[in-house]
Design a protein around this ligand. Structure first.
Ligand SMILES: [Zn+2]
Length: 318
């Protein structure tokens, strides 16, 4: 659509990751689980009908007003100038497919010990409001689905390592003791949501330009401590790559190798504690991002942290 030229945004990131993984023979079309679009009934598990109607009301009202709502939520100003049916098809439907993917990956993670959704991680969206390129609250939805539909899942830990504070899931689980939230983010950037911060059990606020050594030391210490603190049935790992050096939104200075090591630290801790882990890719839309995500997943495979033999049966219903 040319949209990506108007916004600091690699909208092809997700497909590129899949292609890199195919080139490396890690996945094939047969072994990839294709995401299904989240339907209205699914979305209503978390979202209010009023919120969903705001996204849909283009049918009844002017294109311009509705597009304005979507542009505000997605932070893609050019959306303002697109006719509405294109916004629906090119922006919201892909987000619903990614949302469905996170839910499916949650179920797979419980069954197999791990799953990665190449997409999702819309951590600024809560049940009644969107923001920061997040229109659907996929993390909240997935946790609620698992609590309601998967036997033995009654506690969840969110490890949010995107450069931004995950205020969406924080608002959704503000008073829910079943969900433990650890959040590591640049303290000076969007969204700076003081109210949502009250839901964070383990808060690690970073300074501008934080580099690998300090970052990885903090991530390792706090992930270990978080998993020791409560025994959860599932980890939702929001693996945003906007911590990368030079990212125009994140303001941190982590190297590609640092991102690979970070993901390894989190998966290794999950494995050590025998807790199923679901990873979503969240923010980070630089040209180099897709290659880094693929390299990190390949690394997880090569060090033996993701594999069909990764058995969690021994831990029973951890
Ligand atoms: Zn972010």
């Amino acid at each position: 659509m040319g949209l990506e030229k108007l916004h600091p945004f690699d909208s092809g990131k997700w497909g590129k990751v899949i292609n890199f993984l195919k080139e490396a023979n890690l996945v094939t079309d047969d072994s990839i689980v294709r995401a299904q679009e989240a339907r209205e009934d699914d979305l209503l598990v978390v979202h209010t009908r009023q919120y969903l109607n705001r996204l849909k009301k283009h049918i009844l009202e002017s294109f311009e007003e509705w597009s304005f709502v979507v542009a505000t939520i997605t932070e893609i100003p050019p959306v303002l100038f697109l006719p509405n049916f294109l916004v629906q098809r090119k922006v919201l439907r892909p987000l619903r497919i990614q949302t469905g993917g996170t839910i499916m990956a949650g179920k797979l993670a419980i069954e197999r010990g791990w799953a990665i959704n190449i997409g999702g991680g819309f951590h600024h969206c809560s049940g009644d409001r969107g923001g920061g390129f997040c229109a659907y609250a996929d993390i909240t939805l997935t946790i609620k689905f698992l609590f309601e539909r998967m036997e033995g899942v009654s506690r969840a830990t969110i490890i949010d390592l995107d450069a931004h504070q995950g205020n969406g899931h924080e608002r959704d689980f503000m008073d829910d003791k079943r969900v433990y939230i650890m959040d590591v983010y640049n303290r000076y950037i969007y969204p700076g949501d003081g109210f949502a911060k009250r839901a964070i059990s383990r808060k690690v606020e970073l300074e501008w330009g934080t580099e690998d050594a300090e970052y990885l030391q903090k991530v390792k210490a706090h992930v270990e401590a978080a998993l020791d603190e409560v025994k959860s049935d599932i980890i939702i790992y929001n693996a945003g790559t906007d911590i990368l050096y030079g990212d125009p939104l994140g303001g941190l200075a982590i190297s590609p190798q640092g991102i690979i090591e970070r993901d390894e630290i989190v998966f290794r801790a999950a494995w050590k504690h025998q807790i199923p882990i679901l990873m979503v890719t969240s923010g980070g839309y630089m040209k180099r991002t897709a290659r880094i995500i693929a390299d990190s997943i390949l690394n997880l495979y090569h060090v033996g942290l993701i594999d069909t033999d990764l058995a969690i049966e021994e831990a029973g219903s951890t």
